[in-house]
Ligand binder design. Structure first.
Ligand SMILES: Nc1nc2c(ncn2[C@@H]2O[C@H](COP(=O)(O)OP(=O)(O)O)[C@@H](O)[C@H]2O)c(=O)[nH]1
Ligand SMILES: [Mg+2]
Length: 217
């Protein structure tokens, strides 16, 4: 990509996310998903990794997606859309790997997540969020394996970059990218972000604008 293209996509991404994003639907089960319409981009990750905060930061809305100090709160697939625009939806996914929840509940959320990732034709990209303080864990690997089996393009986004030193962030990026060598379906590079300081938001918005352009041409 040359500088001109970069600039154009950054501007397209900025515009896309100054739209009036709204909550449209919540699905506690695969049977209750909204009808497919346009492209969907989902944000997956462990409980508390910062999925809802990232959606708020992207859309510039403080309280669009509910964020929580209590892990394991979002147990539904939450859909966001811009009224009158049918081209793109954002999906806040239930967090996985929440050890304190009852086993049967964990099993049903896990099934919901994996079934959605494998079977949703309108799903164009999944961003898998990883806490920059913790790196890639076993539960994340399970999600990557599912994504390898699906036809969806996916990328790892490191969250809470503001919480680690620059050297630790670089180490986490290097380790995660090394682990991604085993996942050819994934983007080989990771994106470091912070919802608190807005690090990486312009890049993420531009990447989404690029995807939208590619898929609608
Ligand atoms: N320092 C910092 N904290 C964050 C960031 N993103 C999220 N958090 C905090 O992490 C916690 C969980 O965030 P949330 O978005 O609810 O996570 P989710 O369960 O993945 O949706 C909240 O206390 C957020 O304030 C970030 O970029 N930096
Ligand atoms: Mg959440």
């Amino acid at each position: 990509m040359n500088d001109k293209t970069d600039e154009r996509l950054t501007e397209a991404g900025r515009k896309l996310f100054t739209r009036d994003w709204q909550f449209i639907w919540a699905s506690p089960s695969i049977e209750t998903l909204p009808p497919m319409d346009g492209l969907e981009i989902a944000f997956a990750g462990r409980s508390n990794v910062g999925k809802s905060s990232l959606i708020n930061a992207l859309t510039g809305r403080n309280a669009l997606a509910r964020t929580s100090h209590t892990p394991g709160r979002t147990q539904e697939l939450i859909f966001f859309e811009v009224p009158g625009k049918k081209d793109l939806r954002l999906v806040d996914m239930p967090g996985y790997g929440y050890a304190k929840a009852p086993k049967s509940q964990v099993a049903s959320w896990t099934e919901l997540i994996h079934t959605f990732l494998l079977g949703r034709a309108s799903l164009a990209r999944v961003y898998v969020l990883i806490d920059a303080r913790h790196g890639l864990k076993e539960v994340d690997q399970e999600i990557l394996k599912t994504l390898d089996r699906s036809a969806v393009s996916y990328q790892i986004v490191l969250t809470k970059a503001d919480q680690v030193k620059a050297s630790e962030l670089q180490a986490c990026i290097a380790e995660t990218e090394a682990a991604l060598a085993k996942h050819p379906a994934a983007f080989p590079n990771v994106l470091a972000t912070s919802s608190r300081s807005s690090t990486g938001m312009a890049e993420l918005r531009a990447a989404i604008a690029k995807l939208l352009e590619e898929r609608s041409s």
